[in-house]
Design a protein around this ligand. Structure first.
Ligand code: ADE
Length: 225
């Protein structure tokens, strides 16, 4: 898979993708993540990528020309399955969307800033708009990192068995059950006996019940049809 991220702050993404699972995923050849500096695609001598909003009002708007030039340059080299715009008024990100996107070959992710992008960018180039929650970030970069992380960890081979994505919260619409590690007792607090029983089927059953119970209490909306 290849993910191209269009941003006016490419350095902001560097450290995020240079560590841990995301770094290993790239080194292992499971994913290629490339950040593109939008300022490299502007004809403006001051490398500006934004301008005042028509009609007035506070806040700058990202211009269409550099974005169009950047997306078209990328599309000249490969076919993209989706051109995603990170925006608080997009469709709320969930596990189902990340599952679906993890099956794609090539993705473009556009990060917004200021008051957002000229509406014509959305009409002409964007195929999917995603929000990571009902709050406004100062830019789409963090949101793009969240989305990329959620996708990349699902790529076959990226996680080993112990950290398997299949047992994550939200797979099967259930929260994950509680987990414990050594010591089996801490200051009088013991782990549930069943986990020491060695009875695999019973442990699986216990975990499923715990997942159901936790979901019922914390996120009953996930259990609604
Ligand atoms: N850009 C700013 N806020 C955002 C959000 N909540 N989700 C996605 N992109 C954003």
């Amino acid at each position: 898979m290849r993910i191209d991220i269009i941003t006016c702050l490419p350095r902001l993404l560097d450290s995020f993708f240079a560590h841990s699972i995301l770094q290993r995923a790239q080194q292992g050849g499971y994913v290629e993540v490339v950040a593109h500096d939008l300022r490299d695609y502007t004809a403006d001598k001051h490398r500006r990528v934004d301008d005042y909003a028509f009609g007035g009002g506070a806040g700058m708007v990202m211009q269409i020309e550099p974005i169009a030039r950047c997306i078209r340059t990328l599309q000249a080299d490969r076919v993209y399955d989706e051109v995603i715009y990170m925006t608080p008024d997009g469709e709320r990100l969930n596990q189902q969307t990340t599952n679906t996107l993890s099956l794609r070959q090539n993705l473009i992710i556009l990060c917004g800033h200021y008051k957002g992008v000229d509406e014509r960018v959305r009409e002409l180039f964007i195929t999917k708009e995603i929000s990571i929650g009902d709050y406004v970030l100062s830019g789409g970069e963090l949101a793009a990192c969240v989305l990329s992380d959620a996708i990349i960890r699902l790529l076959p081979g990226v996680l080993n068995d112990e950290t398997s994505a299949l047992t994550d919260s939200f797979q099967d619409n259930l929260l994950a059950p509680p987990v414990y590690t050594r010591p089996a007792e801490f200051e009088g607090h013991r782990i549930p006996d069943i986990l020491l029983s060695g009875h695999e089927a019973k442990i699986d059953e216990w975990r499923h019940e715990q997942a159901l119970e936790r979901t019922r209490i914390r996120r009953p909306d996930l259990l609604e049809p």
